[in-house]
Design a binder for this molecule. Structure first.
Ligand SMILES: [Zn+2]
Length: 372
């Protein structure tokens, strides 16, 4: 007879039981409609984000992550917003997920335009402004001052590079703004760790830089002559880590930890629909930090022209789209054939997104103007 181990075992069982009882299951947040004991959960369902959430979060030392159907976003600091763009391969859906907090800590979240949470913060959500911006977008038609030196400059409503005619048409030429973005100089680091072995590091850095210059210099398919934007870039070198985009055990992507700098790089996310992803960490009313990663599970190509490309996605074209997000633009309809269309890569070796369409120019020019 050895009673002491039995007693220890019983006490341990009681302690474990008490601990399990004290930790609510994640689903309870949805079922009972309350937010008690939020400090004990690591994730909160998008459906459970309500106007009362912020008061319950105020006491927590560590903030939970907001979990959407297609990804997750960590809770931003008061006065900030975090947006995750998941750009899908052909045939799959792209997604835009955002969490914003007002200065008083109130929370609102948006999933592909559906909004939950604080009404006050809802008005601050950058993705909430999309519908308004989309309506305004086509009204921002270039006037006589569109081109260099006050003249319209040479331009064509027919693409000069064989792109779809909608890309250069005067109407609708749509764009969608993420509110006011405020990069003056986009300083970025390269994450080479996951780079596909068929690519050269110097080529990748040059092509990402070229993708940024496409926006800065308004390089377009429509022969539109316009002075550069008040936007600059500065390449700052290579660095390690994931750039703040993580992947959970189910393969979903997450804007997890805000990095100190903007990053572009590669991660093998495996066989998920995300071809590339961008996270913007932004104070409300401006851009601050962005990270773009390409999913190296898929084949990527580095080609000077379509004749030199086969069997993979053109990363310069996809990078141009992702940097459009970094610089303050959201998606427009695929039928518009702009760089910021929902699915940037039509398929392997589609390079049309290396050059802007008319709506892309209007959008970026709306944010940054142009240098006289
Ligand atoms: Zn996108």
């Amino acid at each position: 007879m050895r009673p002491i181990p039995v007693l220890v075992s019983t006490v341990a069982t009681l302690l474990v039981s008490a601990f399990v009882l004290a930790v609510p299951a994640q689903g309870d947040l949805v079922r009972d409609g309350t937010h008690q004991d939020l400090c004990f959960v690591s994730t909160i369902d998008f459906d459970a984000v309500t106007a009362g959430l912020s008061a319950d979060l105020a006491e927590c030392e560590e903030s939970p992550v907001i979990e959407f159907d297609h990804g997750s976003v960590s809770l931003p600091d008061p006065g900030e917003s975090i947006i995750l763009f998941i750009d899908a391969v052909e045939g799959a859906q792209s997604h835009t997920l955002e969490v914003a907090r007002g200065l008083d800590g109130e929370v609102a979240a948006s999933q592909d335009g559906e909004v939950n949470g604080s009404l006050a913060v809802k008005r601050l959500l950058r993705t909430e402004q999309l519908s308004l911006a989309s309506e305004q977008g086509s009204e921002f038609v270039e006037s006589g001052s569109f081109g260099v030196g006050g003249s319209v400059g040479t331009q064509s409503t027919t693409p000069t590079d064989g792109s779809n005619p909608a890309k250069c048409a005067m109407e609708p030429a749509p764009y969608s703004l993420l509110g006011v973005a405020s990069y003056r100089t986009w300083t970025w680091y390269y994450l080479p760790a996951g780079q596909p072995s068929n690519l050269s590091q110097s080529n990748v850095i040059n092509r990402i830089s070229a993708a940024a210059n496409t926006w800065i210099n308004f390089q377009n398919s429509c022969a539109i002559s316009v002075a550069p934007a008040y936007l600059y870039q500065s390449y700052a070198g290579t660095t390690g880590g994931s750039g703040g985009i993580a992947q959970d055990q189910n393969g979903k992507l997450s804007c997890s930890t805000k990095p100190n700098v903007s990053n572009v790089g590669w991660v093998n996310y495996g066989n998920i629909s995300a071809l590339a992803a961008t996270c913007n960490w932004a104070p409300l009313g401006g851009n601050d930090i962005s990270t773009t990663t390409f999913n190296s599970y898929y084949p990527w190509r580095d080609a000077a022209s379509t004749s030199g490309c086969s069997g993979g996605y053109d990363y310069q074209a996809v990078a141009t789209h992702e940097l459009g997000h970094a610089f303050g633009l959201a998606h427009v309809a695929d039928t518009s054939h702009q760089v910021m269309k929902v699915h940037p890569a039509g398929g392997y070796c589609d390079m049309t997104a290396r050059k802007l369409g008319r709506g892309d120019i209007r959008g970026l020019r709306h944010i940054y103007g142009y240098r006289p």
